[in-house]
Design a protein around this ligand. Structure first.
Ligand SMILES: [Zn+2]
Length: 138
């Protein structure tokens, strides 16, 4: 469940998931990947998965309890956060729309140009087909 999400408190390296040869869930653990590469650079950091699960569960319970005791503040703070995120997403989408509209206008100009070049004999039919298909696909 925590694989890839656990990092060493001292060196920041990823902590690798491990277990014993006779796998038993209670023996599964995480240890510092840098410690295994170079024991001089980071002292061993190790935590059993079951201990980590208990700590995370305890934290979730504390956060949930806090939310229940401060419901109005939490609803207000989350509403504000969601509003900020949606505003940011709208701005990103508007910029993307603007970029795409500019590119569509450019593609129309390019299409007219290759059509005229083809009609004037400056662009072969083969090249025209290739370019027009490419612009059309884009
Ligand atoms: Zn470490």
């Amino acid at each position: 469940m925590f694989s890839g999400l656990v990092f060493c408190v001292d060196c920041g390296s990823k902590m690798n998931y491990g277990s014993t040869n006779n796998y038993k869930p209670q023996q599964a653990f995480f240890d510092c990947s840098l410690h295994w590469k170079d024991k001089e650079k980071c002292n061993t950091h190790y935590i059993r998965e079951s201990v980590l699960e208990r700590l995370v569960l305890h934290h979730i319970q504390r956060v949930t309890e806090y939310i229940l005791h401060h419901r109005d503040y939490f609803v207000s703070a989350m509403g504000q956060q969601m509003w900020l995120e949606s505003t940011e997403k709208i701005q990103i989408s508007r910029k993307k729309l603007e970029r795409n509209q500019k590119r569509i206008a450019e593609l129309k100009r390019l299409f007219i140009k290759i059509y005229e070049d083809n009609a004037a004999g400056r662009l072969s039919d083969e090249r025209f087909d290739m370019m027009s298909q490419s612009y059309e696909a884009e």
